[in-house]
Design a protein around this ligand. Structure first.
Ligand SMILES: Cc1cc2nc3c(=O)[nH]c(=O)nc-3n(C[C@H](O)[C@H](O)[C@H](O)COP(=O)(O)OP(=O)(O)OC[C@H]3O[C@@H](n4cnc5c(N)ncnc54)[C@H](O)[C@@H]3O)c2cc1C
Length: 416
């Protein structure tokens, strides 16, 4: 069979799958990209658009554990868990705790840095190949701290950035409002993150990737993947829930949090959980914000996007089925109104999405350990957009028999 008659199948057209499909098609491979809905309608639709290259610090650590009782008791806390769902998360949570030893923290940060330090450059190249350089912001991100103690708590992240050669600049007092006059004067401590740019519209980016893949000869199929077909242990394609089969000897599962179901069926369990997050897209904000703002202690961001200002963040552990709790989105809007006193909330739309979260916060980017021809790219958590172009390069290397430029051991699927 020739490479063109044996397509590479990418199951799942979020930012991760679409970027991989684009990269493979650009390299001359025949690609079939499958999604059960319009590409980019999953978690990738409503993220905060940030290329958050500082966001790879290990989340599980003693300072986080200490906050858990406060979060659970406080309805406006940045992290919440549904008590009816929490018991189902016990195995995930135990793994999360195990990821918090000091040696593991360093390994997690080394692994994150191996992706994060390439992310911006890889994303710039991807956008340029798409003819979409204009989608990347000229400005970047202001990381704000509401008090001296919040600022001290933020030092760990800044020190980590310094350790891996990432740039930041400390701003104090009026220096902050000199950069972004819309920010309240109550904020006296901030760090400028000059390489944390943002894109104008994450959903549009997925659409552009898919269109470019199609222009390189790739095919988009609408359908729900039910299983990966195998013969004598080798991958032969995928079966859809409507009975269709699509043949191909290499398949990548890039189904975001839903990869869990298929991987489990293939006896290769991946402990994915949804970390539900919210945004409010404010179409008539009444202000012209230049920078994206992140407020780590309140776990939210404000990003000037193509369709107005987006306010979002929050972590809610409540599974895939439970209806959104829009109160969580409104808490973030209240925080945003405090940070930007001129913000008007008119013509606004709320959204909730499912971050694919792994307990050690490192994605799985890996060949299957059981099924030759099967690959996974999932579990990108809070950084799927940030890592998208880098993940695409790595996956395209792995799937075409080239050696990736990154040590892939930390990202293997059978590490759990
Ligand atoms: C509020 C919020 C803010 C965020 N902010 C940022 C940010 O600023 N920067 C950043 O880098 N990341 C951010 N993220 C994280 C980022 O959005 C995710 O990591 C990323 O979107 C994951 O992409 P994905 O392609 O793996 O998954 P998804 O986008 O969820 O895509 C998976 C796709 O698989 C399809 N699918 C599922 N099951 C099947 C099936 N059986 N058959 C066929 N198709 C199927 C779905 O329809 C979907 O299109 C944020 C997330 C949230 C929720």
């Amino acid at each position: 069979m020739t490479e063109m008659s044996d397509p590479i199948i990418i199951a799942g057209a979020g930012i991760v799958g679409a970027a991989i499909a684009f990269e493979l098609s650009r390299r001359g491979r025949k690609v079939v990209l499958i999604d059960r809905q319009e590409p980019g309608r999953g978690a990738s639709f409503g993220n905060m658009a940030s290329i958050a290259i500082n966001g790879f610090d290990a989340v599980s650590r003693p300072s986080t554990w200490k906050k858990i009782p406060f979060w659970l008791a406080n309805p406006v806390a940045p992290v919440a868990a549904d008590p009816l769902y929490a018991w189902r998360m016990v195995p995930w949570f135990l793994r999360f705790l195990r990821a918090g030893t000091s040696s593991r923290i360093r390994e997690i940060e080394d692994a994150g840095a191996s992706l994060a330090t390439r992310s911006l450059e890889d994303l710039r190249l991807m956008l340029s190949l798409l003819g979409a350089d204009h989608m990347l912001s000229e400005t970047s991100c202001l990381c704000v701290f509401g008090s001296e103690s919040e600022y001290r708590a933020g030092q760990g992240n800044l020190e980590m950035m310094g350790r891996y050669g990432l740039k930041y600049e400390i701003l104090r007092g009026a220096e902050i409002q000199d950069r972004e006059p819309l920010l309240t004067r109550e904020i006296q401590h901030a760090a400028l993150l000059p390489d944390n740019h943002f894109v104008s519209n994450p959903f549009e980016l997925v659409g552009r990737l898919v269109a470019a893949m199609q222009s390189h000869g790739g095919t988009l199929v609408r359908g729900e993947v039910a299983d990966v077909e195998r013969d004598n242990g080798l991958v032969t394609g995928v079966r859809l829930t409507d009975g269709r089969t699509i043949a191909g000897s290499k398949v990548a599962l890039t189904l975001g949090v839903h990869t869990r179901e298929l991987a489990g069926r293939l006896a290769e369990p991946i402990p994915l959980e949804t970390e539900r997050g919210y945004h409010t897209q404010i179409m008539a904000p009444g202000i012209d914000l230049k920078w994206s703002i992140i407020w780590p202690e309140r776990a939210f961001m404000i990003t000037p996007t193509a369709g107005g200002i987006r306010v979002g963040g929050s972590v809610e552990m409540a599974g895939l089925e439970r209806a959104p709790n829009w109160r969580r989105a409104r808490i973030l809007v209240d925080h945003a109104k405090f940070a930007l006193p001129g913000l008007k909330v008119e013509n606004a739309e709320e959204w909730m999405g499912h971050r694919p979260a792994l307990p050690d916060t490192i994605p799985v980017i890996s060949a299957s350990a059981r099924h030759p021809g099967l690959y996974y790219a999932t579990g990108h958590g809070h950084l799927g957009l940030t890592y998208s172009a880098t993940t695409a390069n790595i996956m395209a290397d792995m799937m075409t028999g080239e050696a990736p430029a990154v040590d892939m051991r930390p990202f293997r699927v059978n590490r759990f």
